[in-house]
Design a protein around this ligand. Structure first.
Ligand code: PLP
Length: 351
């Protein structure tokens, strides 16, 4: 116990991110980063920024970036919000919309949601899965806050826009938050529904599909009311969250559509190829629309597979939870990295 902590802080259970070890160079397939770099043009405007005005504060409103994002997604600027990583936006959203209320989310989902519930005194109801799928029916007509990662993590399951729309429609008056961290790997964004549903908030990130995890940028899309709500809490906390370099890099990233699409397609193609290979090795691989797969094998536990892979220089993520103890989550890397993974698995299983 730490006697300096206030009572509330003593009770916090912080999120544990995937490991970022420094002891040697791993084939790093554990935190869903993009294996490909941002485009040359994005990198060059970042360098220009460094030579420019870093001594000055950035635009507190990220005005140019918000305008660009609005144009890209065919919404208005007043419908867009920028945060320091989508994790910050999630945190602000829980603070603004869910404190002292009740929120539903799938039992197996992003493990940061329960952490925010704990921090902001939100009652959480974990909805049981059906064969590791989201039981969507349990999210209709609940009159509660709803938080859904779509595609879901760590399972990769994608829910269609009809399902998302019904959640927004039947929980009117409560915020339905869709965390689209992985939407660019084969799903269709629900951003186009925000005009019709004032309670629908979409959160996206530049960390996965846009190869900029190191910068920390997330965007949220929603009705004017929801975006105003986020700005109110943001400006009560830290009004300068997005640095200059990030504002510029993200702006240009939206102009590099060709490169962006290429990277996403490359990852989706690799995903399907490695899925087929693992299925041939008797793995169950859940259908994924994300830049990772969730794969399990009946003859080795997730923890054992994780450990054996780490010994062979390949990092994946396992979750010590009853329903998924046989699974590991594997980020889609380059083809070369995935070949190393498959070779290591063959070696471990004695093929
Ligand atoms: C990676 C991830 C995030 C966090 O993204 P950042 O923008 O890097 O903070 C949020 N939600 C889910 C489901 C994720 O997997």
């Amino acid at each position: 116990m730490n006697r300096y902590l206030c009572e509330k802080a003593q009770k916090l259970i912080p999120y544990t991110p995937g490991e970022q070890p420094k002891d040697k160079r791993y084939v790093k397939l554990n935190t869903n980063e993009n294996p490909y770099p941002p485009s040359e043009k994005v990198l060059s405007v970042m360098k220009q920024c460094i030579d420019g005005d870093l001594k000055l504060y950035p635009d507190p409103d990220s005005s140019d970036l918000l305008e660009k994002a609005a144009e890209y997604y065919h919404v208005k600027k007043e419908n867009v919000f920028a945060g320091n990583g989508s994790d910050e936006i999630l945190s602000l959203a829980f603070m603004a919309f869910y404190q002292e209320k009740e929120v539903l989310f799938p039992k197996i989902s992003y493990s940061f949601y329960p952490v925010y519930c704990n921090l902001y005194n939100v009652k959480s109801t974990l909805v049981p899965m059906i064969n590791l799928n989201v039981d969507s029916n349990k999210f209709f007509n609940r009159n509660k806050g709803i938080v859904i990662a779509n595609p879901n993590a760590p399972t990769g399951e994608y829910l269609s826009l009809d399902v998302i729309e019904k959640m927004a429609e039947t929980n009117e008056g409560q915020v339905v938050l869709i965390d689209e961290a992985y939407i660019d790997f084969g799903g269709e964004s629900a951003i186009r529904l925000i005009d019709r549903y004032e309670n629908l908030l979409i959160v996206q990130t530049f960390s996965k599909s846009r190869s900029l995890a190191g910068l920390r940028l997330g965007l949220a899309f929603g009705s004017k009311k929801l975006i105003e709500g986020l700005n109110t809490v943001k400006n009560s906390f830290n009004s300068y969250p997005i640095d200059r370099i990030t504002q510029r890099a993200a702006y240009v990233s939206f102009e590099e559509e060709e490169y962006f699409k290429q990277v996403c397609h490359r990852i989706m193609k690799t995903r399907e190829e490695v899925t087929a290979k693992l299925e041939r090795l008797d793995f169950v691989v859940l259908p994924s629309k994300a830049n990772f797969i969730f794969a399990g094998c009946s003859i080795i536990s997730g923890k054992e597979l994780y450990t054996a892979l780490k010994e062979r220089g390949v990092l994946v993520r396992y979750f010590n939870l009853p329903d998924i103890s046989n699974y590991v989550r594997i980020t889609i890397g380059t083809d070369d990295e995935m070949n190393k993974l498959v070779n290591a698995i063959e070696n471990i299983l004695g093929y």
